[in-house]
Design a protein around this ligand. Structure first.
Ligand SMILES: Nc1ccn([C@@H]2O[C@H](COP(=O)(O)OP(=O)(O)OP(=O)(O)O)[C@@H](O)[C@H]2O)c(=O)n1
Ligand SMILES: C[C@](O)(CO)[C@H](O)COP(=O)(O)O
Length: 232
């Protein structure tokens, strides 16, 4: 049987509402480079992928301005209303090229600070794993739960064995496609690939990653990402 290949999916079809910027956050710039271009180069320059599928918004006016749009390794598809739907659209777009047992890595366009050593460790630690898994980092703060929609503390959550899920998340092509289809069809709230795999009854494995693999989400994250990238 041929050796499994590695495919990369980068969901980049979000609107960045929480960023409150004048363009989707993946098209904000750090050191004159689109965040999306930085993210894609952090992945494609540090691992051998059979191909890359980027899910973009319909009529994405910025994509043609990116360096990535000139990279023959990268294809695009139209994403969906939710992140999970964008990932599923990218899997569908790869269906003619990917084999069932090929690995798929899914990485947020909004995470440009991925450390190449974390990527290498994810690939090496999970390359022979029966299910796959994800980069994650231990919760380092005390966690509070409040009442619904208020700031009244109801409980302190035991943070032992709690992790913050990061990306990339790495699963077999067919298993991930089927798990996402099933979870989405069931209305199950899928916020990452691992939760769909868990919904399918499988057990993903965590590979500890750096906490500075941040997802640019709110305005304060942009300067932090710039600091992290300039420090590397
Ligand atoms: N329908 C969607 C929603 C999100 N994403 C992508 O998934 C990643 C993580 O999602 P998130 O940080 O939530 O991005 P947005 O949805 O754009 O942010 P917001 O929720 O603030 O609108 C981002 O790279 C985003 O572009 C996507 O491809 N398709
Ligand atoms: C996939 C993810 O980045 C893992 O933490 C996260 O679930 C994305 O959540 P978002 O609400 O789509 O940003």
């Amino acid at each position: 049987m041929s050796k499994p290949r590695y495919w990369l999916i980068v969901p980049a079809a979000g609107s960045g509402r929480r960023m409150n910027a004048d363009c989707p956050k993946q098209y904000l710039r750090l050191d004159q480079r689109f965040i999306l271009d930085i993210t894609l180069s952090r992945l494609l320059d540090n691992a051998a992928f059979a191909g890359c599928m980027v899910a973009t918004r319909p009529n994405d006016q910025w994509w043609p301005e990116t360096d990535a749009s000139k990279d023959r390794r990268i294809s695009t598809c139209i994403g969906g209303a939710e992140r999970a739907e964008s990932v599923l659209a990218a899997l569908d777009a790869l269906s003619a090229r990917a084999n069932e047992e090929d690995w798929v890595l899914v990485h947020d366009a909004a995470r440009p600070c991925l450390d190449p050593d974390d990527l290498a460790r994810l690939l090496s630690d999970l390359g022979d794993h029966p299910v796959g898994g994800l980069l994650a980092t231990p919760v380092a703060d005390t966690l509070k739960r409040t009442g619904p929609g208020n700031h009244q503390v109801e409980a302190t959550v035991d943070r032992r064995d709690l992790w913050r899920a990061l990306t990339p998340q790495m699963f077999r092509f067919l298993a991930l496609k089927q798990a996402l289809e099933s979870a989405i069809d069931s209305g199950y709230p899928v916020t990452d690939e691992a939760s769909a795999i868990e919904f399918a009854g499988q057990i993903p494995c965590i590979v500890e990653g750096r906490p500075d693999n941040i997802k640019i989400t709110v305005p304060a994250d942009l300067a932090l990402a710039g600091f992290i990238l300039n420090r590397k």
